[in-house]
Design a protein around this ligand. Sequence first.
Ligand code: HEM
Length: 154
Amino acid sequence: MNMSIALSLHVLFVVIWVGGMFFAYVALRPAAAMNLDPPQRLSLWSAVFTRFFPWVWLSIVVVLGTGYWMLFGPFGGFANAPVFIHIMHTLALIMTLIFFHVFFAPYKRLRQAVESKDWLKGAKALGQMRILIAANLTIGLITVLIATAGKFFI
Ligand code: HEM
């Protein structure tokens, strides 16, 4: 691997992860809320997440893998890295932990609820996912700003 491959893969999978959250939150969420009753809406979201989340897992592997490769390779480790890299790294770990929580807690409950047609439980789980994904989208967008603008300031 070299820096051009690592950086392009890094940014490509950032686009997939953060762009996917942006579409889900900004476009699909209000459209689904406006047009669908709970049974269809919750089934739709469960199916949407089932297709999107494998890409998030892959994004985590690629973004963190290439990020650490660049950090410990060309950037010479934590001690030599500029501040914006430390901030990017910290925010990336927070995003990853939030995703793990979403995946193993409310998403699991949403799937169970849809399977047993418990729409009240499903709506509660989806509401929890909404808050956590809003947080991750915000952190993701801030991370992109810090990663790109950061090197000109710090
Ligand atoms: C373990 C976590 C991460 C590490 C160690 C890491 C490390 C790095 C490094 C070393 C660079 C190259 C910087 C340069 O060429 O000056 C980079 C670039 C970049 N990173 Fe990360 N990163 C991580 C996670 C993330 C995340 C989660 C995002 C966004 C949500 C992100 C967004 C970016 C972007 C947009 C660039 C391109 C900056 C540019 O070339 O202008 N990174 N990252």
